[in-house]
Design a protein around this ligand. Structure first.
Ligand code: ADP
Length: 249
């Protein structure tokens, strides 16, 4: 079967010469939920930006990223943006409309939703993320956690087949975090979640990839990998409390 997402020997350098990714290859199957962990600067955000074609800024003729078998290049970008919903780490990078309604409606409008259905659709998605009644609020005057949920609503409103989430719990309080985990469990799409919240990774992801200095340092079943204290410490991470009594094979 064609993987939902395939990355084939991807390397990427920023303009200032920083080598953020060095020869990354991975396959993600349809319906899988994969964790992406690693210290700050490991390349997690850079990798997610490649998954929906926001990077590289200069499109090459030699693509390394394939979504449902289609190469990510300048010709496929619109389809890729529809297929892969990327939640940015910083909500302020994602929100740009004067009202929550407009922000959440933007994607579906671009994709040609019937105007009669729009009001209902936005209302339903806001309900999913726990923000019913926020339609007329200004996204810029919301709390960090609320902004994060508006961003998520904006992505879910486009019904993406793949969700790429960058630190989705970063701004959330404990209740918001629990609700997000519950919500993500109900969404059956393929997911890639970059996070320092290792308990969330344990709860949601069957498989995890450890990224460090732009390379895949380890990958495997989440509970096996994260129970390996030595591996975790080696890559600036910590063995999660929930796996305290579990020992790696
Ligand atoms: P992570 O998400 O794992 O913290 P990033 O993908 O943000 O890692 O960063 C990977 C590397 O690329 C780091 O060394 C970081 O400093 C560098 N980097 C990230 N964004 C830029 C940028 N816009 N310009 C130059 N270097 C960058």
């Amino acid at each position: 079967m064609i993987p939902a997402l395939k990355i084939n020997n991807l390397s990427f350098k920023y303009h200032d010469g920083t080598e953020a990714l060095r020869g990354i290859s991975l396959d993600i199957k349809e319906g899988e939920c994969v964790g992406l962990i690693g210290p700050n600067g490991a390349g997690k955000s850079t990798l997610l930006l490649h998954m929906n074609g926001l990077l590289p800024e200069i499109k090459t003729d030699n693509p390394s990223v394939f979504v449902n078998g289609k190469p990510v290049n300048s010709k496929s970008l619109e389809l890729i943006h529809r297929t892969v919903g990327l939640l940015f780490q910083d909500p302020d990078d994602q929100l740009f409309c004067p009202t929550v309604f407009e922000d959440v409606a933007f994607g579906p409008q671009q994709f040609g939703i019937n105007e009669n259905d729009l009001l209902n659709h936005v209302g339903n998605v806001l309900k999913m993320v726990g923000l019913s009644g926020f339609e007329k609020r200004s996204p810029h005057h919301l709390s960090g956690g609320e902004k994060q949920r508006v961003c998520l609503a904006g992505i879910l409103s486009c019904n993406p087949k793949i969700l790429a989430l960058d630190e989705p719990t970063k701004n959330l309080d404990p209740r918001g975090r629990r609700e997000l985990i519950k919500l993500l469990k109900t969404i059956p799409t393929t997911k890639i979640i970059a996070s320092h919240d290792l308990e969330l990774i344990v709860e949601l992801c069957d498989r995890t990839i450890v990224l460090d200095q732009g390379i895949i340092a380890a990958e495997g079943r989440t509970i096996e990998l994260l129970a390996d204290e030595r591996l975790m410490l080696e890559h600036g991470l910590e063995k999660p409390h929930s796996l305290k009594h579990r020992h790696p094979h």
